[in-house]
Design a binder for this molecule. Sequence first.
Ligand code: NAP
Length: 345
Amino acid sequence: MTERRLDNPITATLAGVRDQFRPSQPIGQLTDADRLDGRTALVTGANSGLGKAIAIRLAARGARVLMACRSGIPEAGEAVRREAARLSPPTSPRVEMRSIDLSDLAHVGRFCDRLAADGERLDIVVLNAAVMPRSDRRSAQGFELMFAVNYLANVALLHRLLSDGVLPNTRFCPDCPAPEVTPRLIVVASEAHRSAAPIDPARLGEYTPYNAVTGMAHYARTKALLIALANHLAAALSEGGEVEVAVHAMCPGAVNSNLAREAPVWVKPLLSPLMALLFRSPFAAAEPAVYLACAPELDKETGLYLHLMSRKEPADQTRDPELGAALWRESLALLRPHMDLPTTP
Ligand SMILES: NC(=O)c1ccc[n+]([C@@H]2O[C@H](COP(=O)([O-])OP(=O)(O)OC[C@H]3O[C@@H](n4cnc5c(N)ncnc54)[C@H](OP(=O)(O)O)[C@@H]3O)[C@@H](O)[C@H]2O)c1
């Protein structure tokens, strides 16, 4: 069932603010002893907002962080390194930047080629990058941009990372050596996914125009697709009971970030102070993603969904295995004319 309260920017914003003040039961809390030394983390959209804060917090816990960004190179990397060093003296954080434009599948392919050629082995992947355009426009391959960046490029990225063994597993990459620690994949979603209309896999990729108001429903749909993807992969990568890659999704709550950068000019004078006053800082909002990436008590877990720090069930349709499998199939069918994807499950 859809929840209509989140299907326009105003109700979604108000709901996001209210959720922060609701009593909740946190899933757990990291301590300073929970470190990521020796692990490599990839964070998309790490030059800004939530992604930058996640990169800082992972680097401060000792991870080598690859910031996958389309802008802010190299200054965002410098800023992340500085801030992580400030949080965890006397260590020298290891932060590197990689260029990726998720609105162009050719770019995504080249990004994956480089990771594979460099022999990267990722322990943590955080799919964070997203857009919320003011109105519909097309990606390089002609898909609607929000669908392309928020969802389809992530399918392409994951399919390549898994089949190249850059994200180690034997389901997609049978000869891949087992990693010492189970890799973790974290999908940054949104509670807005609950207002997504029922998804028809046969219509995936259909171009639908939208504006600043109706766009919220499309944003919600991209997040529902992402959670369905996470749930599908969580099941596929733990068949037989052993978790090969842990796959989790989360909503950070309302974040004072640049996500509403394309909001209409008449909304901005109201929105900016409201966000600064009532929304969480990116640093605070990064907590669930960092927890999912790091918590030792989650070692054998997969398929979690966190809203803020509370465990929840995501919307029914995102948990439907048949829909998840159909979406995976249809997504690969949309991608194949544009990308050379290995034939894997
Ligand atoms: N803000 C909220 O209240 C809120 C609530 C729930 C969930 N979220 C989710 O949190 C995540 C982070 O968003 P945010 O709030 O931190 O917004 P943000 O500050 O706008 O960050 C979005 C990031 O995505 C990147 N990105 C956009 N298009 C890209 C492309 N074509 N290729 C590569 N990277 C691209 C941006 O890079 P550029 O700077 O180069 O554009 C930026 O780094 C998103 O998944 C969002 O849906 C946010």
